[in-house]
Ligand binder design. Sequence first.
Ligand code: TYD
Length: 226
Amino acid sequence: MDHSHERKGVFITFEGSEGCGKTRQVAELDKYLQQQGYPVLVIREPGGTTIGDQIRGILLDFKNAEMCFRTETLLFQASRAQLVDQVILPYLHEGGVILGDRYADSTLAYQGYGRQLDLEQVKSLVAFATGGLKPDLTMLLDVDVEVGLQRRAGGGGWNRLDNQALAFYKRVRQGYLNLAQADPERWAIIDAGQPLEQVQAAIQQVVMHKLGEKGIAPTPNRSSSG
Ligand code: TYD
């Protein structure tokens, strides 16, 4: 099923491997767009709904070390399906701007390229989970794997999914680059090795262009009335 006909808003996703600074950049962009008066909603995967947050707990828990890759893949899709129906589609229908801190491409990069599961099968599962909903724009925050992992280690918050070999993260990064190169209309590759302000400036430039293209305007008085 293709939900694209129901959409008035714009769906922008942020992708990248560990330590690319995605979450921080999304928060900065959220602040910037809110100040301009745009209706913005930030979502995070896995999670973002009551059911999704419970699934997130299962996915990240160290106690679940025996989890096989197919189970992992399916749990991510279950969380995502709930998020699409409960949060994303209704908000897009209202004409809002959604900033996704990870979405479907994370599964292609991590489970497809990283875990080396059959890419075509993984793509079918993702299509099923999303009901065919694709982002209007996807920003790849690309950073050297070693640099990213060092940043991440400095920031703490290690979990089961971080506990992977270096080779895994190299495949994830290359997977993202392959996906971006295959669909340059949707993807923008940002050099996330730059200083934070430069990364943010590059993101804002691409995002504002997309909002203009889609005819999304700030809501009058929104920034002052809250
Ligand atoms: P999180 O702590 O949110 O990571 P980050 O801050 O890097 O986004 O944990 C999410 C982890 O889940 C991260 O290692 C990427 C992984 N992931 C997948 O493997 N597949 C997916 O479909 C998604 C959404 C995330």
